[in-house]
Ligand binder design. Structure first.
Ligand code: ZN
Length: 257
């Protein structure tokens, strides 16, 4: 006959097994890419299309890993499979040549439908509506608008991509300061050269205008984000128009052969 203790232990084990199985099923739901992920990546991500088969597989795995680690929440907006793929791609494109990169300073991405107002902490906000990476109470949170997110990838002919812009801010912030100088990625011997090229280019932009988005002339922080958008959206054009910047960004993002 079972004693009361044996019965209790047995019951406890059953509960543990149920909890374990349930947890596994929840995790599975979260990490899986949508069934048509290859199609979405091919249709919307120019960067992905240009990779070879092996690199494509690596890109897919890294997007999946990102999506399993970072929560994506719609705020008055429905987050569709495409939005998750675009956010994941925006995260991985800048760090694709940097193995083992983790966005340890990001826990959640909030997706807004369009413009959001300034009722909350706006430190780090961009072009008031596109997106922001949080500070203070919004630490580890990124906000991006669905409209800007999609435009960034749909329009392949310009040099703008809001998702890449926001993720570059996080890359910049990883060394403790958001200052336009990614000290984790750029060798120390190039740091002064990078700071000088930023200052010089911002000066020229203010004097003569530029094909670089003028928002980049507002600060070194925004310059780094804006010129990175250009670098990943139109690398060939950047190389032609601004070879020195192209070379430095190649050092930062490890894309140089
Ligand atoms: Zn910005």
């Amino acid at each position: 006959m079972l004693t009361i203790w044996q019965a209790l232990i047995g019951f406890g084990l059953i509960v543990l097994i149920i909890l374990f199985v349930f947890r596994i099923s929840v995790v599975r739901d979260i990490i899986l890419l949508p069934e048509n992920y290859k199609e979405l990546l091919t249709d919307y991500i120019k960067f992905y299309r240009q990779l070879n088969e092996e690199e494509k597989l690596s890109f897919e795995k890294r997007v999946e890993h990102f999506l399993s680690a970072v929560k994506i929440t719609g705020v008055n907006a429905v987050v569709e499979d495409l939005d998750r793929i675009l956010i994941g791609s925006g995260a991985i494109i800048p760090v694709f040549r940097i193995p083992d990169w983790q966005y340890i300073n990001l826990h959640e991405v909030l997706v807004y439908p369009g413009a959001f107002n300034k009722d909350f902490d706006q430190v780090g906000s961009d072009r008031p509506i596109a997106g922001m990476v949080g500070n203070g109470p919004m630490q580890n949170v990124m906000i991006i608008t669905k409209w800007q997110l999609r435009q960034g990838f749909i329009n392949e002919q310009d040099t703008h991509n809001t998702a890449i812009h926001e993720f570059v801010h996080l890359i910049d912030k990883m060394d403790g300061t958001m200052d336009g100088v990614p000290e984790i990625l750029l060798e120390r011997k190039y740091l002064n050269q990078w700071k000088n090229i930023i200052d010089t280019t911002i000066g020229q932009m203010k004097l003569h205008g530029s094909d670089i988005n003028m928002y980049g002339a507002t600060s070194p922080v925004e310059f780094f984000a804006v010129i990175s958008e250009y670098f990943f959206e139109q690398p060939g054009l950047l190389k032609t128009n601004h070879p020195a910047l192209y070379e430095m960004l190649g050092r930062i993002y490890k894309t140089m052969e």
